[in-house]
Design a protein around this ligand. Structure first.
Ligand code: FAD
Length: 260
């Protein structure tokens, strides 16, 4: 089912760490809205079309609760668009367009794993789309190990604990966990597949390690977007199999197609 536009009620919008907020909204699938899956995103807009910023903002699905019919987003407050999202209060509403993108093919990942463990690797706010991924893969019986890199203090990791057999943290500052890069503690040869989202430099490092170990790797990319629906081609990226749009062909790509 393709993306739809819906005015969603905000149930909660809290800051869980400096400049990191978690917003939960109502998404009534029983009223005919499409259910999202891991790795998909929405175009969010809480301001009128004649107000700035001109473009809506793409934000990944952090979590989706089919029973409660709620969607949760985890977002970093950067500039005007995310500042306006942060200002939303419970009871107010915003425009959502989605679910957009291909997302992670969890059935294929489970098939590839065939009972062997899978590594999920996130960097900073790149952990946002990985919670629903872990929830879906764990529900399908996949054994998961989570690796996360942060500059200083980690955030939002407690939510992952029910779904992951192990959680390893690396910080640039050394404040928590391993003092260094998450790619220094990741050993892809121990896993059937590696799934990653975060800064391009981190994902490139993960892809290189996986390539050397001959382990399949999927990466979730970010690009500045205008429509989010594959119409404007503004988020086109060049891959080894031709030009692809991050919003429609992606955001999840086989790493060997997007990284040298
Ligand atoms: C598919 C997708 C999923 C995303 N999921 C999340 C998420 O779950 N949580 C989250 O916090 N952010 C996510 N982002 C990034 C988010 O869209 C931007 O941070 C946001 O649009 C910034 O808006 P702003 O108005 O606050 O700042 P802007 O003024 O738009 O941008 C501030 C800075 O962020 C950079 N930036 C803006 N948009 C992007 C982008 N799309 N990709 C890379 N850099 C960008 C700009 O270059 C600029 O330096 C996602 C982006 C994409 C494309």
């Amino acid at each position: 089912m393709s993306a739809v536009k819906f005015q969603a009620e905000v149930l909660e919008n809290l800051c869980i760490a400096p400049d990191i907020c978690r917003m939960t909204v109502r998404w009534p699938v029983s009223a005919g809205l499409p259910a999202p899956h891991a790795g998909q995103f929405y175009m969010l807009r809480s301001w009128a079309f004649d107000e700035t910023p001109m473009l809506s903002r793409p934000i990944s699905v952090h979590d989706y609760d089919a029973e409660k019919e709620t969607l949760t987003f985890l977002y970093q407050v950067k500039r005007e668009g995310t500042e306006k999202l942060k200002a939303l209060e419970a009871g107010q509403s915003l425009s959502l367009t989605g679910p957009c993108g291909n997302g992670f093919d969890t059935a294929e990942i489970v098939r590839t794993a065939a009972g062997r463990p899978v590594a999920v690797v996130g960097g900073g706010i790149g952990t946002a789309p990985l919670l629903l991924l872990c929830r879906e893969l764990s529900a399908a019986g996949c054994k998961l190990e989570l690796y996360c890199g942060f500059r200083d203090q980690p955030y939002g990791l407690e939510e992952f604990l029910p779904y992951c057999a192990a959680v390893s943290v690396a910080t640039d500052s050394g404040a928590v966990g391993y003092h260094g890069l998450v790619t220094e503690i990741l050993h892809p040869e121990q896993f059937a597949a590696v799934l990653t989202c975060g800064p391009m430099v981190m994902m490139r490092g993960v892809a290189k390690l996986c390539d050397a170990a001959g382990v399949p790797c999927l990466a979730s990319l970010e690009r500045k977007m205008a429509c989010g629906l594959g119409a404007c081609l503004g988020c086109t990226c060049h891959t080894k199999v031709g030009a692809k749009t991050v919003c429609k062909d992606g955001p999840v790509f086989p790493a060997e197609e997007v990284f040298e």
